[in-house]
Design a protein around this ligand. Sequence first.
Ligand code: UDX
Length: 432
Amino acid sequence: MKIAVIGTGYVGLVTGTCLAETGNEVLCIDIDQEKVNKMQNGEVPIYEPHLDVLFERNIKANRLRFSTSLEEGLEHGDIIFLALPTPEDEDGSADLKYILGVADNIGKLIKDYKVIVDKSTVPVGTSDKVKAAIAKHAKVEFDVVSNPEFLREGFAVDDFLKPERIVVGSSSERATKLMEKLYKPYVRSGNPIIIMDEKSAELTKYASNSFLAAKITFMNEIANFCEKVGADVDKVRIGMGTDSRIGKRFLFPGIGYGGSCFPKDVKALHKSGQENNYNFKILDAVINVNVRQKLVLIPKIENHFNNDLKGKNIAVWGLAFKPETDDIREAPSLYMIEELLSQGANITAFDPEAMSNVKRKLGTKINFANSMYEALKDADALIISTEWSIFRTPDFSKMKDLMVGHTIFDGRNLYEVKDVVNEGFKYISIGR
Ligand code: UDX
């Protein structure tokens, strides 16, 4: 099939590349000429495991091409994916200016029947707005479909190629048939393509992400409470997770959720509630608890240093909001670092992928180390803020030699408490 993907951010690029992988002819459109030039030369603009291999293969096979022209995209594609940003507005709602701007241009350029697919995460009712924006100028028939993505950063390629489910919101039989044909190769394992109305599809995405954010947040509160009463959250987590109604996943407490989706989507659903005269009290709590959780290690650090962090050397392992990504959006590490800097601490950080992004943001405010061990030189304490695999089995005696203070603040519960204590460290983690 012939596909155009408008927007080559994280979602657009993974979508375009993975659609080319099953034989579709994909043209990706972006307004950023420099980025398009780079992609035409085979450069992947983001870090996402396995994407580079698929990218190269499909460019070589001429199934994956790039352009800056929306007009060319519309001429090429029978199905037009919108994978445009929906940034958070000042009031927490999703800003639809990019999507509606492109919809308006599609209306002016469209010459024959197309299915316009909204892949971006958007508030309920957006597909009606997209339809109206296109219809304002369009002289031909078209359909608008809502097809939310459920891609996890770090696993996006796998999630796209082998999805647990595909949600399609469509009220047109013609468009539904095309979408089923497009996605058939991805659900050969028998996982469902779930067809529903557009509004339900739009809400499915927000509800899923908000539910997962609430699940994590609930565990974060249980972990905080464990510390008060002397319980061990690891034991509680396993005890709870073996109940299949609860499930083992997304029960890991830590220093709060971050990233490009959860924080933005929870706020957007909350705002959408307000706009529709509904007060989501549970989301209000999730938002507030998560803000607090990102700084949950700070009082413990202050306590350890008797409220005097001036001139203290603090090493930070992990800057990305989670492992296997260079994404630092809403990363708990950055909230913590800002607070520690404001109290006069010196920070030396290491992250396997995210350091250049942090350099752009913080410049010379912190030091960057070339390795996890280099970060520890003369450190008074170590903070672990991302659970990269490389941090899981460190050489504790080497760490001890390098550090002047033998204290680890672990925001991700990477180690067994007794193991680290036996190595001669003071070990402060979450909920244990
Ligand atoms: C998420 C959704 O999983 C995905 O379906 C959606 O399309 C986009 O948003 P992503 O943001 O890439 O994906 O990351 P995810 O792995 O879901 O983790 C989100 C955040 O929750 C991270 O900050 C992570 O550290 C945190 N988390 C996750 C926990 O704190 N505990 C857990 O048990 C799981």
